[in-house]
Design a protein around this ligand. Structure first.
Ligand SMILES: [Zn+2]
Length: 666
């Protein structure tokens, strides 16, 4: 492809992908498959690497993040971000309505909208491009989270149409969908990370991550509800929201005009029930006077506008009897106590179980056997117990005693300092944990072996596979004995196991299921140490040298490699022929850069990843942040000024691409 063709293709792909992004994330009406989308995105990524000069600033490839913020800049809001007055009762709404009618008469309209339960955000656009995203903070100033917000697919980086003002701000709420939250939390638990209590906390936690690439992986969405600025197309709220929708913002259809207080009550009644069907949490309804001139006439109190109010739904509660507490052992060995309840109707569903999360919560509630408990269904999908009805406590009832031994294997439970959950430490002999490890090992992101939970279960129950190394000794006759397997499907499994031997080292490392070693950490370790052998030899000090590896991960790695059972499994996997080192290109192999660490930053004549590969192939190490231990900074064009300054301050040699090439040519 020549340079002109490349430029044209990049433009075409950029435009197409933007359109598909909009269809998928804003309209929820995709017109191509995920696979086709990924193919196009990959093609664009490759072209942009070859021809970085043609990559658009708002290219869809930039949605994957990459910028890392050590701290967020505090920014003053151009228009203060006031909170609305709120109420839980309808009397107050009647009063609100009466006050407004007294001030401006009866000739006006309300607009009713949902009150999203997420994180308020202000987005500034200049000439149709997203310039800045700032959190509410204290209302006067907030945090600049632009890099993270850019990864949220439903937020347009550049606007559609041409009738938007040159300079305006739009406000909305960043939320995590309920379905996305459930999947995300399950994944976290699987990796041994603390689960989030509800979608709002998960959204807030995500937005404050330092690594925007990590934010890009979180299922975040953004609903917009307020436009501010000069030269807006309309003089009322509703029409401006409709205009914003046409500019490409996600303005949901759950917005309605109302003339009377009864219209408002009807809207509230409807959503008080229908909210259970939404894929995101709302905690109430917002009511605004539509017309800007009338808003101005009504003005503000010290804290909030007089022309708007939010009505909050009461969280529904029910009282029911606690029948029994059972304890689940997760795949990571984490113990979760579950309250089994006398079934009770709550928020449109029948509740039979409630999560108790951990021992502290049981202690806090001072739970006794057969207590009558108050159950609440808030943002959480699983209801929670918020209190005990002491008037119904039976005399002489015993306090709930937390179990001391694992209900699955009998091992004595442990609880590490600072951890909320108890764990079963019997990692390699506790059935759910063994199965969990095998499931994780075969999963798509790890070894990608083509079978699921049911097969793992069957192989385990039959005694054929009791650890991950057993997979490589599996015989066809054994698989054929499992229910539902025929010649062909058994062969497919064996083929898939065979193919897993080509899975790269970093994935193998991730697949081992070492606690706290997720995909990113595994990749960093693989990159740094290059082989299993080096990693296993690494001392605490050496492990701590790796970017983003702290005490917790170091400790976990050291104890993993100190365990005899693990060493024997690793040994068997090595014999089976799994990849235990990163690929080197044989032709270039040399150790001229042995022991030297590099930070590669900026744009080069070749792809950055290729440069990193060369560093590895010559025995060097890639690290992502500059520290006093860095040996060289390999600087290309447009390297960040902060990095440059840091390198200069620490006196680290800064070399150009040309100098680097000379270095390895020696
Ligand atoms: Zn156990």
């Amino acid at each position: 492809m020549d340079i002109f063709e490349a430029q044209e293709r990049i433009q075409t792909l950029t435009n197409e992908l933007k359109e598909h992004n909009y269809n998928y994330y804003v309209l929820a009406q995709p017109t191509i498959s995920d696979f086709e989308f990924d193919q196009k995105l990959k093609e664009l990524q490759q072209l942009e690497e070859q021809f970085p000069q043609f990559a658009a600033d708002d290219s869809p490839t930039k949605r994957v993040g990459g910028e890392v913020n050590k701290e967020f800049k505090t920014v003053k809001h151009r228009y203060p971000m006031l909170s609305l007055g709120n109420t839980y009762n309808r009397e107050d709404l009647n009063d609100f309505d009466a006050r407004i009618r007294k001030a401006i008469g009866d000739d006006f309209e309300y607009v009713c909208e949902l009150k999203y339960d997420g994180l308020a955000i202000g987005l500034a656009y200049k000439n149709g491009k997203l310039k800045q995203a700032v959190t509410r903070g204290d209302g006067v100033q907030g945090d600049d989270v632009t890099a993270n917000v850019r990864t949220i697919r439903s937020i347009p980086l550049s606007l559609r149409g041409d009738n938007y003002p040159d300079d305006f701000e739009i406000r909305g709420e960043i939320v995590m969908t309920r379905s996305g939250f459930a999947k995300f939390n399950a994944q976290r638990e699987k990796e041994g990370a603390q689960a989030f209590a509800n979608p709002r906390n998960a959204a807030a936690g995500s937005l404050k991550l330092q690594d925007s690439a990590e934010v890009a992986k979180r299922p975040l969405d953004c609903y917009l509800y307020y436009v501010l600025g000069e030269n807006l197309p309309a003089q009322n709220h509703y029409d401006n929201m409709m205009a914003a929708k046409a500019w490409g913002f996600k303005v949901p259809n759950y917005i309605a005009k109302a003339k009377t207080i009864d219209d408002i009550f009807a809207f509230i009644d409807y959503w008080d029930v229908a909210r259970n069907e939404l894929d995101f949490d709302i905690d109430g309804i917002v009511i605004k006077v539509n017309d800007y001139a009338q808003q101005q006439q009504l003005g503000f109190t010290a804290k909030s506008p007089r022309w708007a109010i939010s009505y909050k739904f009461k969280t529904e509660q029910a009282i029911t009897e606690l029948l029994e507490i059972t304890y689940q052992v997760g795949r990571t060995g984490a113990i979760t106590p579950v309250a089994n309840l006398e079934p009770v109707a709550l928020a449109g569903t029948t509740v039979k179980r409630a999560s108790l999360h951990n021992a502290d919560i049981i202690e806090e509630l001072d739970l006794h056997e057969h207590d009558f408990v108050k159950v609440e269904k808030g943002g959480e999908i699983i209801p929670k117990i918020v209190g005990v009805d002491l008037s119904k406590r039976k005399p002489g009832s015993k306090k709930v005693k937390y179990i001391e031994n694992c209900p699955e294997c009998g091992a004595k439970l442990v609880r590490q300092e600072g951890e909320a959950n108890h764990y079963c430490p019997n990692e390699y002999h506790c059935p759910p944990q063994i199965k969990g490890k095998i499931e994780h090992f075969v999963s798509r992101k790890a070894m990608n072996i083509a079978f699921g939970e049911a097969t793992v279960n069957a192989l385990y129950e039959q005694g054929y596979v009791r650890n991950i190394a057993d997979l490589y000794d599996l015989k066809k006759e054994q698989i054929l004995k499992l229910e539902g397997f025929k010649e062909k499907s058994a062969e497919n499994i064996l083929k898939s196991i065979e193919e897993s031997k080509t899975v790269p080292f970093e994935k193998v490392l991730f697949a081992l299921g070492i606690r706290y070693v997720g995909q990113t950490v595994a990749a960093k370790l693989a990159e740094y140490f290059g082989s299993m052998e080096n990693l296993m030899k690494a001392t605490e000090k050496e492990l701590m040298m790796v970017d983003e590896i702290g005490d917790r991960i170091t400790e976990s790695l050291l104890s993993y490699f100190a365990d005899e059972d693990n060493l024997s499994i690793i040994n068997r996997l090595a014999v089976a022929g799994l990849k235990f080192e990163i690929e080197k290109e044989a032709s270039q192999e040399s150790n001229i850069l042995q022991g030297k660490s590099f930070v590669v930053s900026g744009k080069f004549s070749i792809a950055r990843d290729d440069l990193k590969k060369m560093i590895r192939n010559f025995g060097g190490k890639n690290v992502s942040a500059i520290s006093s231990k860095t040996d060289y900074v390999l600087a290309g064009d447009a390297m960040g000024p902060a990095k440059l300054k840091k390198a200069e301050k620490l006196g680290i040699p800064i070399i150009s691409e040309e100098e680097f090439m000379k270095m390895i040519a020696k």
